[in-house]
Structures are given as C-alpha cells and as structure tokens.
Design a protein around this ligand. Structure first.
Ligand SMILES: Cc1cc2nc3c(=O)[nH]c(=O)nc-3n(C[C@H](O)[C@H](O)[C@H](O)COP(=O)(O)OP(=O)(O)OC[C@H]3O[C@@H](n4cnc5c(N)ncnc54)[C@H](O)[C@@H]3O)c2cc1C
Length: 252
C-alpha cells in the first residue's frame, strides 16, 4: 500500500510493471547484472531504491519473487539494472537463463535508502551489498555531486569485488571519490592480492571519514555485516542514528 502524506510522501508510488530484458552480463564468477527496459512504462525511482522481481511460472520452494536493489542510477534513462548473486535455486537459475526480450514482473520502486545530495558520503559495502552503492556513485557522477565520497568495499576474494574496474574508472574520473578494497579470505583468492585484508574495521572507517564534514554513512550487505558496522558507527564512533542509512540483504 502506498501511503499518501507522511515522511515518505515524496517517494515515487510503487506499481507493477512488465519489463523486457535488454541484456545480461557476467560481473564475476557468481554475479550477473540484468538490465531491463523501462521505455514507455512511466517507471521512475530515486537513488537508490529497490524492486521486487517476479518470474511467473518458476517453481521454487521459496516462491517466484525476490527483492533486488537497483544497481543503476535514475540518470541512466530508459532502463533499470539489478545485480544478483546467482545461486543454484530454481529462481536464480531462471533469472540467469532469461533472454533479451523476455519479461520479468517488477513491483516498485520500494525502500528509502536515499542518497543525500547535500552531505559528504561514506559508503560501507560487504560483498553483493555494493549494488545500491554503485547506483549512488553513478548518480553522484551524473549529477555533479560536489562533496567527497569514500567507498570501503570488502569481499571474500578479489574475484568477488563486483564492479571493481568500473569503480576504479569512476575514481579516476571523479577527483572527490576515493575507493578502497579489502579481502576477507585471501587464501581462497585465484588472482594475486597485495592490498588490504580483513573486515571493515572501526579504525579503517574512522581514518577514512576523519577529514569529512558531517558525512552520511551508508551501509549495505548481509544482516551480520550491517549489524556489526552500525554498532561500530553508533557505539564506537558516536555517529548519530539519523546520519546512518542502511539496507539489509535478507534472504541469502
Ligand atoms: C532490500 C533488499 C535488497 C536486496 N538486494 C539484492 C541484490 O542487489 N542482489 C542480490 O543478489 N540479492 C539481493 N537481495 C537478496 C535477494 O532478495 C535474495 O533473497 C537472495 O538473492 C537469495 O535468493 P536465492 O534464490 O539465491 O536464495 P534462497 O535461499 O532460495 O532464498 C530465497 C528466499 O527463501 C527464504 N529462505 C531460504 N532459506 C530459508 C530458511 N531456512 N528459513 C526461512 N526462509 C528461508 C529467504 O528468506 C528468501 O526469501 C536483497 C534483499 C533485500 C531484502
């Protein structure tokens, strides 16, 4: 139900859309991006909301619907993208097999993990939690966001750092964007890694945000990671609750 009035009344109202796939792309050994056309549908969203995506007819014990953050920015007109970890469930197998022109039922936009255009941003991403943050960074670039952005992004192995080459290219293009990576399971890496190792820590966050004026913190990932980082921000670094925005990827 879309509530009229109240704190979320500026959000675009969610509705159901039938969207054809434009293209799919392998991002890493286990992650794929799917871009759907929104041309002529009236679908609009803010940076960075999520959708519920249904593949009717898929016989999956947990149903034929999953939530996905948009990995695209509202400035990428005419299409939206989602980026999903492809497990071996019937739903994910059907998603991976979707061909250009075939449609998905998309309900949205949903959620209020919204990018604040007025304040510096510190993005903390764990694994597949990078998806809405990639959308926000694209939005920041396309809207000439004037403030500093720091991205701390950890994944198990270098291969699982989704969007790494695109993020590196954006950092070269955007002087105020700084991107740093960390790997939590270097022993499982298949490509050499000489960079940072370990989870996103209080010391690392504090050092990255030290010179920023009242930044907003955005945390995205699996429940345990989001819980730990919100605790670090609130308890360890005394960040006010209203300066922390987070999205929890439940369901893995
Ligand atoms: C706001 C939001 C944004 C998200 N964004 C992304 C994204 O960008 N990319 C991405 O890959 N994923 C994202 N997810 C997670 C996504 O919705 C799926 O849950 C996830 O991809 C796992 O689906 P699956 O088919 O691989 O696994 P499954 O294991 O089949 O899980 C699918 C469903 O089954 C339920 N389930 C499974 N096992 C149990 C159990 N033992 N007890 C109770 N319930 C169970 C889960 O709750 C889930 O709803 C997001 C989730 C949320 C809530």
């Amino acid at each position: 139900m879309h509530v009229v009035g109240g704190p979320y009344s500026h959000l675009p109202p969610p509705a159901q859309y039938s969207l054809p796939l434009l293209e799919s792309r392998q991002e890493s050994p286990t992650v794929m991006t799917f871009r759907f056309s929104t041309e002529g549908t009236g679908f609009r969203h803010l940076s960075n909301q999520f959708v519920r995506l249904a593949l009717p007819g898929v016989d999956d014990p947990w149903g034929a619907v999953r939530s996905f953050s948009l990995s695209s920015s509202p400035t990428e007109q005419g299409s939206i993208a989602i980026t999903a970890r492809i497990s071996n469930t019937p739903f994910k197998r059907a998603l991976a097999a979707l061909r250009p022109g075939e449609t998905a039922i998309v309900y949205g936009p949903l959620g209020a993990l919204l990018f604040d255009s007025e304040r510096p941003a510190v993005f903390l991403a764990g694994g597949i939690g990078i998806t809405p943050l990639r959308g926000m960074i694209r939005f920041a670039r396309d809207s000439s966001f004037p403030h500093p952005i720091r991205l701390l992004y950890s994944a198990r192995t270098p291969e699982e750092l989704v969007f790494r080459s695109e993020l590196d290219a954006l950092a070269r293009e955007m002087p105020k964007l700084k991107v740093d990576y960390s790997i939590t399971r270097p022993g499982e890496a298949r490509t050499p890694w000489t960079g940072r190792v370990g989870r996103i820590s209080q010391t690392w966050v504090a050092a990255s945000a030290r010179d920023l004026d009242r930044p907003r913190f955005y945390v995205c990932g699996l429940p345990e990671m989001v819980r730990d980082l919100v605790q670090i921000l609130r308890g360890g670094l005394n960040v006010p609750a209203h300066d922390i925005r987070f999205e929890i990827f439940r369901g893995f």
